[in-house]
Write a protein that binds this ligand. Structure first.
Ligand code: IFM
Length: 451
């Protein structure tokens, strides 16, 4: 498999999942700090207090990524680390941390790809209403302007949000993510305000740095109804998961059928001009892909993140299944990329900003033989190459995740890293998949791109 000259190979993380130092240097609490402290919310009572201690080990972590052959590092900025209350007083130490991280990455030949919001809303803004409240979008835009002012001289590629679907619907309807709300109106309002925040931030960042490359990261997935799941259910899930986010950002309108589905909770949520703001032109679009949504009728009740769609269960009917009971459906990545190209004329260049799998394998004699992860990655890279051969414009691929980390409400048990982390000693050990990927990256370069 060959990838074009200049194709970006990277590894991805997010602040809350790796940084730790949750109250250090004046950092304010985020909604995830609060959520983790609520009994029963997160597996085994895990918290982000220490995580993988990246806040103190960033230098060695970045050096390891450079050694492993990556040319880019996707990370997120913790909003409450730089603005402990979400607005107002700036933490010099917090800003300084990201300043240093960016400098180190550049020194090591890693292009920094910061994401401004990967779910850790400052608790102070949650206390004022959080994402269900329109004002949060404006605070997000101010924070984005602050960050580009500080880092924009060295950072070119920015993402505003990571997976707004999760923040809105896992956080405010299924209630399994922070802030743990279960309310359709709050979820839909959150989704709109997240998108509005993205649009406002994009405009503010564009004004500050016209040369910046601005994007958003979404997590669309092909939806397949298995026996017992009707077309209308598939339409509703596809509508909320995919079209509700892609259409406004890429075409400036919400899908009519989903507006109808949500009519009971829309009230006067969408104000004149909002969609123009949300559809601010983008330089790139990040796509996170893990698996297709294979829907089957539920056997027992489980948290369901799609309001006004009949409950279903995501089936894992594939030969290989991950530790999170996710099916392994590599062809879905190619289908999805082609679908985006065919559905949205004027689609900006794409990057696969997350792709990976949770598999736990033992550390034996200093080695982790994670063959299942290699199978997963090889299949998805083949699918990516096939979509690109068909003309889909993809400029980069980021594995999720660089390191084992805190998998949100599932705690530390699922291990997504291509680098193993011993949570007692904090020792990092590249798994076989990291070594395989290094080889792959090297051998997939066209001769003209070789050193
Ligand atoms: O760990 C998450 C990440 O934070 C967002 N995308 C999906 C990953 C795996 O669940």
């Amino acid at each position: 498999m060959r990838f074009p000259v200049g194709f970006v190979w990277g590894a991805a993380t997010s602040a809350f999942q790796i940084e730790g130092a949750s109250r250090e240097d004046g950092k304010g609490p985020s909604i995830w700090d609060t959520f983790c402290r609520q009994p029963g919310r997160v597996a085994a009572g895990a918290t982000g207090d220490v995580a993988i201690d990246h806040y103190h080990r960033h230098r060695e972590d970045l050096a390891l990524l450079a050694e492993l052959g990556y040319g880019a590092y996707r990370f997120s900025i913790s909003w409450p680390r730089v603005l402990p209350l979400g607005r107002g007083t700036v933490s010099r130490a917090g800003l300084g941390f990201y300043d240093q991280l960016v400098d180190e990455a550049l020194e090591l030949g890693l292009e920094p790809y910061p994401t401004l919001y990967h779910w850790d809303l400052p608790q102070a803004l949650q206390d004022e209403g959080g994402w269900p409240t329109r004002g949060t979008a404006a605070w997000f835009s101010d924070y984005a302007a602050l960050m580009i002012e500080r880092l924009g001289d060295r950072v070119t590629r920015w993402a505003t949000l990571n997976e707004p679907w999760c923040a809105a619907f896992l956080g405010h309807f299924a209630g399994i993510h922070a802030p743990g709300v279960q309310d359709a109106r709050a979820a839909v309002a959150s989704s709109h305000h997240l998108l509005l925040g993205h649009g406002l931030a994009t405009a503010a960042m564009r004004a500050a740095r016209p040369d910046a490359q601005l994007g958003i990261v979404v997590n669309p997935a092909p939806v397949v109804g298995l026996d017992g799941i009707g077309d209308d259910a598939v339409r509703r899930v596809d509508g909320l998961r995919n079209r509700w986010f892609l259409d406004p950002v890429l075409t400036g309108s919400y899908p009519k059928d989903v507006l109808d589905d949500l009519a009971a909770v829309l009230d006067d949520l969408i104000e004149p001009g909002d969609l123009d703001t949300i559809a601010a032109p983008l330089d790139w679009l990040g796509v996170n892909y893990y698996h297709d949504l294979l829907l089957e009728p539920p056997v027992e009740p489980e948290p369901w993140p799609y309001p006004f769609a009949p409950p279903a269960h995501t089936a894992a009917r594939t030969e290989l299944v991950t530790d999170l009971s996710w099916p392994v459906t590599p062809n879905g990545l190619a289908d999805l990329l082609r679908h985006l190209r065919d559905t949205y004329p004027g689609l900006p260049p794409l990057a696969v900003t997350e792709n990976g799998a949770a598999f736990t394998d033992p550390l034996v004699d200093g080695r982790i033989a994670d063959d299942r992860r290699i199978t997963y990655l090889a299949g998805h890279l083949e699918a990516l190459a096939s979509a690109m051969a068909d003309g889909v414009d993809v400029f980069g691929y980021f594995v999720w995740s660089a390191f084992d980390n805190l998998e949100w409400h599932d705690g530390y048990r699922p291990r997504f890293g291509v680098i193993h982390v011993d949570y007692e000693t904090m020792v990092r050990t590249p798994k076989d998949s990291a070594l395989w990927l290094r080889e792959f990256i090297d051998s997939s370069r066209p001769p003209a791109d070789a050193d």
